[in-house]
Design a protein around this ligand. Structure first.
Ligand SMILES: [Cu+2]
Length: 467
């Protein structure tokens, strides 16, 4: 009889848990109320069956329990009962599946006036592309992907010239207007999900999948990669801002087209020399870094990373935390660079500096550090050479004191804590792997043994990637 009590307690407990638990669907922010409808139907059908099966068990245990004077009767076949069971199961399964088919039909039938955006996934980040004025995307190929061409755009396709490239994991969409989301992966299977939109789908390498939705609420929503295997999918976060159409248009018009990106000439080192003059006081005349000022070595670092850090200092994604005194010192100097050209110029000048090995100031267990570094290699490359595809900078050749301080700042959320700093956020999560000061020391002492190599396209492919 104890089992009857257990079964009833399980049944009542499960039902109470469903109604009383704080874990329910997040408030809906799109037109897909019908998906919530199908989820509700699933809950009701499975809930009723769960209750019926358990109550039947309880009934059978009480009604047919062991009695000395009773023999079991053998009843191998019961046509009538089987018809009933087959019929009821068919009704239950149809109720589970049929509504989903109707919703799915709408999910992949995109309204003709929908905006189009492409979400590109690669280990471990999101990028976005809009088709531009002509409404058509240019050809792309994974074979063309390189540090200068993270989207893999085909330079010979005229349709691609006006494509708008958003090389960041944040996208703005207009409220109350339908959007078609095209999903493309550059490496492994990813899964694009925004919980509040009730929209999610796999990105499968070699094909473009799509769905559509109409955002119905303004605000910021988190993009997740819902592919759960592998080391880094959990760290693939992004943001959708749903805003008034005006704000969307403004945002989109500020983003460069492929034509703009191609016409960037990589900066003029001669013009950059004058701009670098104020920087030398802290970073050193040859960008070698200076421990006294806390300013890191810049010589040898990849241009895309330097430019992005300057942009982040300028916009306040980096260097605004109240405890980030060093970052706060850097910010006003980033603001002396008025636009992209100026940043490219100064970075081109930095590119002329010799890349010398910095003096070592720390010691640690570099064997243990090598093992710890396995996690880091997935983004920073096996040789710490950096990888534009994963947006992780070169670490080889940086001063040990600077590496240590950055890791401490990531661990404390002093760097990477800004809600819009999605790349920094990844490091906040990753720095936790090192647990404490000895973890930091050990991994840093391993990094200082790595050769100082420039990133090349070939390096990116052997960068210790794995699913
Ligand atoms: Cu992923």
């Amino acid at each position: 009889m104890a089992i009857v009590v257990v079964l009833l307690a399980l049944l009542i407990g499960s039902i109470l848990f469903y109604f009383l638990s704080p874990w329910h669907l997040t408030p809906l922010a799109s037109n897909w109320g019908s998906i919530d409808g199908t989820i509700q139907i699933t809950w009701i059908v499975t809930g009723l069956v769960f209750a019926a099966v358990n109550l039947f068990l309880v009934y059978a245990i009480i009604r047919y329990r062991y009695r000395r004077d009773r023999r079991a009767s053998y009843q191998p076949e019961d046509k009538k009962l089987e018809y009933w069971l087959t019929g009821l199961t068919a009704v239950g399964i149809s109720a589970l599946l049929a509504p989903g088919l109707f919703v799915w039909g709408r999910f992949v039938n995109v309204p003709a006036d929908a905006h189009i955006v492409e979400a590109v996934g690669q280990q471990w980040n999101w990028r976005f592309r809009f088709p531009g004025e002509d409404g058509a995307f240019g050809r792309v190929s994974t074979a063309l992907v390189s540090a200068d061409n993270p989207f893999g755009m085909d330079p010979d396709d005229p349709l691609g010239r006006d494509d708008v490239l958003v090389d960041a994991p944040k996208v703005v969409l207009p409220v109350d207007q339908p959007v078609r989301v095209m999903l493309r992966s550059q490496d492994v299977i990813h899964n694009f999900q925004v919980a509040q939109f009730r929209a999610k789908m796999d990105l499968v390498p070699g094909q473009v999948s799509y769905f559509w939705f109409t955002p119905t609420r303004k605000g910021d929503f988190e993009i997740l990669c819902a592919e759960l295997c592998g080391v880094g999918h959990f760290a693939m976060r992004g943001k959708v801002e749903v805003a008034e159409p005006d704000r969307f248009e403004d945002w989109l018009s500020e983003k460069p087209t492929y034509r703009d990106v191609r016409s960037r000439d990589g900066g003029d080192p001669a013009a950059g020399e004058a701009r670098y003059a104020p920087c030398a006081g802290c970073h050193g005349p040859k960008g070698q870094g200076m421990r006294e000022t806390g300013a890191p070595k810049l010589a040898g670092q990849s241009p895309w990373y330097l430019i992005r850090q300057l942009q982040h200092f300028k916009s306040g994604l980096r260097g605004t935390h109240e405890a980030d005194t060093r970052g706060q010192q850097m910010r006003p100097f980033a603001r002396t660079l008025p636009d992209y050209e100026a940043m490219a110029d100064v970075v081109a000048y930095i590119g002329t500096f010799p890349d010398k090995a910095p003096a070592r100031t720390l010691s640690g267990d570099s064997d243990r550090g090598e093992r710890l570094y396995d996690t880091c290699a997935a983004c920073h490359g096996a040789q710490g050479q950096g990888d534009h595809q994963s947006n992780a900078p070169r670490l080889a050749g940086l001063s040990d004191w600077y590496l240590k301080r950055q890791l401490e700042k990531f661990q404390a959320g002093i760097r990477g804590g800004h809600p819009d700093d999605m790349y920094g956020w990844q490091m906040v999560e990753m720095a936790k792997v090192l647990v404490d000061e000895s973890g930091i020391r050990d991994v840093v002492s391993h990094i200082t043994t790595l050769p100082r190599k420039q990133t090349t396209v070939a390096d990116a492919s052997d960068a210790g990637r794995s699913e």
